[in-house]
Design a protein around this ligand. Structure first.
Ligand code: TYD
Ligand code: MG
Length: 466
């Protein structure tokens, strides 16, 4: 058997390397290799030893009821979880420092505890007094949950073994826990992996729902343990701009529910407050009759969300024009600018372009193309979009506007929020899908980006200036 030697493990992807190097061969990240001692080996390939039990393969049809749910009592959180915590499952909650992970989990834990269940909150980052201060601020001091400050996995595991009643256990954060049998520092891949594996094993055997808090690096991925995402049943990201009061909880993986589901919260003096109608909130500060603004009718998970896309153009000071994008994909913006330039003769490309999705939401849907294009054309022509109109549609490379899913849901949300019109993709001539009409909403169909440009000035200023 090979002698146990130290090895170097990439903290981003977990790939082992025999010696130190500046860049990980597996994932290409720089400066992520850290020396770690090998984990102790198991008994080796089990098949050689013989004596394994033969598996019994079964059919797909079964009669097991769906997993029971333990509602957190916060509708926004429950929706993202797919209906509540699942006993025996593990959820990873990631997010930037200070975004509110500890706050939301303390609030959720208190609600579950208030429903008469045994809830344990283990804080590895903050002392008991600090958590108590937060609880006092949130008005939760009387919550019957159990609180402990600990980082040693042995102590935590022993305590949890003795808790037969525990229904929910929060570990804040997994990076602070360490196992003394490993020589690596807390937060390294082998520590995090070993500690998480042990806690998850406990959750499965004791039947409690486990929540692990994970830190996010500057690059926006869960620090070190991307490996952790594979081990848990659900991964939630808590996003938002710390300058904004809105926080968005997003499911990126969920074995027990839909992904891409979002929950919207507002950070207030007394903790996180749910926002049941995010569209109204995202549009609250919108001003009509300003050029460079368009409302996108989007879908986040199962829910329609209307947001304002804002765009500002300013003449470039020379050199490469700036592209500053918040809340959207900058590659997608470059594509739209190229399509507008090449297919619609809109010479925006020489300007600095600033694009912002108001309210701190990050949009991933290609359906936002048409709204972004409308904001761009509006800014370039200095003509406001119709404040009563929403936009959605994907734009292809030849400038064609493509159909997107759930048109009717988007339109109904627009109607609900008082919009009177929508610019939507033109229906394919031979498509026999019924028009997604909503009474009281006028539809303007755009088959090509040029149709959209024609809505604005006949002679765009930017194009004329060239
Ligand atoms: P916290 O939950 O500690 O963040 P994380 O665990 O993700 O690092 O949130 C801390 C921030 O939230 C801090 O900047 C203060 C703010 N906050 C409020 O605005 N209101 C509150 O009621 C609480 C408890 C925190
Ligand atoms: Mg915290």
């Amino acid at each position: 058997m090979a002698k146990d030697r130290t090895r170097f493990v990439c903290q981003a992807c977990g790939a082992p390397h025999p010696k130190w190097q500046g860049r990980c061969d597996a994932c290409g990240e720089w400066n992520t290799l850290v020396e770690e001692l090998p984990e102790s080996r198991g008994p080796g390939p089990a098949a050689k030893a013989g004596g394994g039990r033969r598996l019994e393969f079964v059919g797909l049809r079964g009669s097991a009821p769906p997993p029971p749910r333990m509602e957190a009592g916060m509708a926004e959180l429950d929706r993202v979880l797919g209906g509540g915590f699942v006993p025996g499952s593990a959820v990873l909650v990631g997010g930037d420092p200070g975004i509110g992970k500890s706050t939301i989990l303390l609030q959720a834990a208190a609600r579950v505890a208030a429903a008469g269940r045994r809830v344990l909150y283990v804080s590895g980052e903050e002392a008991v007094e600090q958590v108590r201060l937060r609880a006092a601020r949130l008005g939760l001091s009387d919550s019957p949950m159990g609180l402990a400050a600990a980082t040693g996995l042995r102590d935590i595991a022993t305590s949890l073994e003795g808790e037969s009643e525990a229904a929910l256990v929060v570990m804040d954060s997994i990076q602070t826990v360490w196992l003394d049998a490993l020589d690596s520092a807390p937060g390294t891949v082998s520590q995090v992996r070993a500690c998480a594996a042990e806690l998850i094993r406990l959750a499965k055997t004791r039947g409690f729902a486990l929540v692990l808090v994970g830190h996010v690096t500057k690059e926006g991925t869960l620090a070190g343990p991307r490996v952790l995402e594979h081990m848990v049943d659900a991964t939630l990201y808590f996003e938002g701009d710390r300058g904004h009061q809105f926080r968005i909880l997003r499911a990126v993986k969920n074995r027990y529910g839909a992904t891409d589901e979002i929950g919207v919260f507002e950070m207030t003096e007394r903790g996180l407050v749910e926002v049941p109608n995010p569209s109204a909130l995202f549009l609250a500060e919108r001003r009509g009759n300003v050029s460079g603004s368009a409302v996108f009718a989007g879908i986040e998970g199962t829910r329609p969300v209307l947001v304002e896309v804002q765009c500002l153009l300013s003449p470039s000071a020379g050199g490469t024009p700036r592209r500053q994008v918040v809340g959207w994909d900058s590659g997608r913006l470059a594509m739209l600018l190229a399509v507008l330039e090449t297919r619609c003769a809109m010479g925006i490309g020489m300007n600095d372009v600033y694009l912002n999705v108001a309210g701190g939401l990050r949009i991933a849907e290609p359906a936002a193309d048409l709204a972004v294009a409308a904001a761009l054309v509006s800014a370039a022509t200095d003509r406001p979009t119709d404040p009563e109109t929403v936009y959605f549609g994907e734009v292809g490379l030849s400038g064609e506007v493509r159909q997107v899913s759930q048109a009717e849901t988007r339109l109904r949300e627009a109607k609900k929020l008082g919009f009177g019109a929508a610019t939507v993709p033109r229906r394919a001539a031979r498509g026999n899908a019924p028009p997604a009409a909503v009474p009281g909403l006028t539809l303007k169909e755009a088959g090509h980006l040029a149709d959209l440009v024609a809505e604005f000035a006949p002679r765009p200023k930017a194009a004329a200036a060239r």
